[in-house]
Each structure stands twice: as C-alpha cells, then as structure tokens.
Design a binder for this molecule. Structure first.
Ligand code: PMP
Length: 414
C-alpha cells in the first residue's frame, strides 16, 4: 500500500473503532472458560446420588484414600493410556498439583537431587508461546525460565537438548496436545527425544495434558503413552503427567489427576499426605458414576465439540474476512483445545490490546504467553472463544480485527 492508501485505511478503521467505543459494549475473550451451555451438559452432576461406599469398600464421606478412588482412576488411566497403578485422583485442580510438586521440590529433595531446588539456582525450559499460569508458578517461586520457540510439532528439540544438558536446568513445561495457546500437538519423535535426552537426574517434565480429549475435528489423536516411553528410554521418573475434568464437567468442581512412576507418586504422596488427610472422594465417586467409563467421557466431549467448533469457525471466518491477505496478521487453526493464537505486526500486540480495551473488548494482556510477560516481538495475542455466546464472539472478533488494522496502519505510517 502507498502512504495515501494506508492513511485512508487508518481513517476508515479509526472511525469503526470510534463507533465501537461509542457503543460502549462489554466483551471478554480473555480466559479459556467453559460457557454456561457447556457447564449445563453436566448439570446432572449436581443432583446425582451416590452410594456411601466405593467399590473397594471405603466410606467416601470419611478421611483417607490419598491416591483417590480406583473407579475414577480407572477411567482416566484408560483415556490417557497409563496403568491404573500409576495414576492418582485428587481434588479439582491439576494446576494446584503442578504448583505443589514444584513447591515440594523447592523445599524437599526430589529423587535424583543432591539438595532441594530452593537451595540452588535452577532453571525451567519454557516453550513459547505458552500457558501464562505455568509461567506464573515459576515466577512466583523465583525460578528462571528459558524460552524456546515452538515449532509445528513442539519446540526446537536441538535447542531443548542443548539446554537440558546444563545440570541447573531441572524442569520443562509441556502441553502436549492442543497446546495453550497455539494448538500444537507434540509428535512422537519430539516426545521420544524429550524422554531420551541426557539431563540432570532430577530433571522433570511437567507434561500437562489438560486438552488431551478436547478435539474439535474428526482427527482425534490418542495421547502419547509418555510414561511408557520414558520407562523404555531408561528415564522412568522423568515425567509428571497431568489431566483434569475441568473442561469436561465443571471447571470449578472437577477431579484432577497426576500420573507418573511409582517412585514419583510415592514421593508426591509423602508430601501431599502432610498437606491433606485425603481428597474429595464424594466428588470422585459422583464423577465416576456420571461419566461411567472412557466412552462416557468421549461421548460428553463430542457434545462439547458441538458447542465449541462453531465458535472456532466464527473466529476463523471473521479473521479471514477482515485480515486475510493483508499481511499484518496470522493466526492458528487449531484442531482442538481452547485457544487461537493471533500474531500481529511486530511491535503492535500491546497497542491492539489497548485499543480493544478502549472499545470495551477485554483481551488477554499482550506478553501473557511469555515468561515474565515479555514477548520480545510484542506480537502474540491469545484469543479464547469458548465463553462468550456466538453473537458476542462475532462482535468481539470483528472489533479485534479493527484494532489490528488500526495498530498496523499506525505503525506502518510511523
Ligand atoms: N493446564 C492448562 C494448559 C490449561 O490451559 C489450564 C486451564 N486454562 C489448566 C492447566 C488448569 O487446569 P485445572 O483446572 O485442572 O487446574
């Protein structure tokens, strides 16, 4: 475009932006929350009655049962492809287990460590863009993060292997399926290299399978059998795998899971047993009764897909119509998960977020997908289409496209 054409474009988009501001709307696409309609799919959970005794005879109303009920563990062992002895069921948040594991390792010696991590200068590998709450845990505990760019099938593994060879690198964040936020699916080769690469004896991968079952298309890859792969590679303790029903049943009242080697689970339980006298087994039994088996979960996920896929199609359509071919934005086309990553012209992501805010559209802050909120290119914006209604989402996406064009034209005109 010539400067004159750019000025015309800027003027036109600025007037659209002014209209949005004048309308005084309030739209929010910041967080990957299930919509009320998705939560309604599992309304039955609120009224379901369960026996007071689980299959193994324990009274679910009482203390104890640190590893969680066998019936709910069996369902998720099946779904994740892990042995039922290698998975435990906890309370409602897998993020809390991730946080606890890291805190325990900071304070107490994890297997293979010579001293607690809190007494050393340690680092974590952080694929970017990544999940802001993973990075927040490291930031909160004072752990340095080393960003590695994501590729099509996971991060650049040559770089990861080089970093892991440093004995002060103790951990890595991984969202292996439909990664938050770019939807990447780690392929088998990447996973094999992750579990095989030389690393410190106390190096662990936080393998966060939050979206393992959250397909949006018919291509429905099975979760990689990462624990078996680690075992076969001679590093049985390398992986902590996580999952939860937060985006299957209720985000605020589900069941979370930790799968790992016996050594790691025993180590976790030795600390978790100090923190709590046992998980919410009534909710676990309610979930096992409601979900029934792995197929019950898959059937429920198909109903989520019916509600979610049209929203992702709206994002795709509006971004395509408004920004396609402009060269100032590109975005992901995820086949599962909860997010679309929108990359805008370098140096304009924070401006886009600020313009959207003026127009009443709340976006995840620019930089959130990077450690310490520092996106070196000021480029990446995470879009979360799940929560708003289709009408609200369409209005928000149209507004976002306007903001992207305003910011790009401003930048190009200097
Ligand atoms: N991991 C990832 C990658 C997520 O995106 C989320 C939710 N946004 C979580 C974990 C949170 O899981 P939970 O609700 O089980 O704590």
């Amino acid at each position: 475009m010539s400067r004159d054409e750019l000025s015309d474009l800027l003027e036109e988009q600025q007037s659209l932006h002014a209209e949005l501001k004048a309308r005084g709307g309030k739209l929010d696409i910041t967080r990957g929350k299930p919509s009320p309609r998705q939560l309604d799919l599992s309304r039955e959970l609120l009224s379901i009655t369960v026996p007071v005794h689980a299959a193994d005879g324990q009274d679910v109303r009482n203390y104890g049962g640190a590893k969680g009920l066998p019936e709910i563990r069996a369902i998720f062992a099946d779904l994740l492809g892990v042995d039922v002895d290698h998975i435990l069921a906890a309370d409602n948040s897998s993020l809390s287990i991730m946080h606890d594991l890291l805190s325990y390792a900071m304070l107490h010696r994890i297997h293979g460590a010579t001293e607690p991590w809190g007494r050393q200068e340690i680092k974590f590998i952080a694929p970017v863009p990544g999940y802001d709450r993973h990075f927040a845990i490291c930031e909160h505990l004072g752990i340095e993060m080393v960003p590695v760019e994501m590729g099509e099938h996971g991060p650049d593994m040559d770089e990861v292997e080089a970093l892991a060879a440093d004995p002060s690198v103790k951990g890595m964040w991984v969202v292996p399926m439909y990664a938050n936020p770019d939807g990447v699916i780690y392929d088998e080769e990447t996973a094999r290299r992750l579990v095989s690469m030389p690393a410190a004896p106390d190096f662990r991968i936080w393998w966060d399978n939050a979206y393992a079952l959250h397909h949006l298309t018919d291509a429905q890859p099975r979760p990689l059998p990462i624990l078996q792969m680690a075992q076969q590679a001679g590093h049985p303790d390398r992986v902590f795998e996580f999952a939860s029903t937060s985006k299957i049943t209720f985000a605020g009242d589900g069941v979370a899971f930790l799968a790992s080697s016996t050594g790691n689970l025993d180590w976790y339980l030795s600390h978790a047993g100090i923190r709590s006298i046992g998980p919410d087994k009534v909710n676990q039994l309610r979930h096992a009764t409601y979900l029934k088996d792995a197929e019950g979960v898959r059937a429920l996920m198909r109903r989520h897909r019916e509600l979610l896929a049209p929203k992702f199609a709206i994002v795709e359509k509006i971004l395509g119509n408004r920004l396609g071919g402009t060269g100032v934005a590109r975005w992901t086309h995820p086949s599962g998960g909860y997010f679309v990553t929108l990359d805008v012209l370098d140096g304009t992501a924070s401006r886009v977020v600020a313009l959207a805010k003026e127009a009443g559209i709340a976006l995840t802050p620019a930089g959130a997908s990077h450690p310490l909120h520092r996106d070196p290119h000021d480029r990446t914006i995470r879009l979360a289409p799940s929560f708003p209604s289709e009408g609200e989402l369409a209005a928000a996406m149209d507004g976002v496209a306007t903001c992207v064009l305003v910011a790009a034209a401003e930048k190009l005109l200097g």
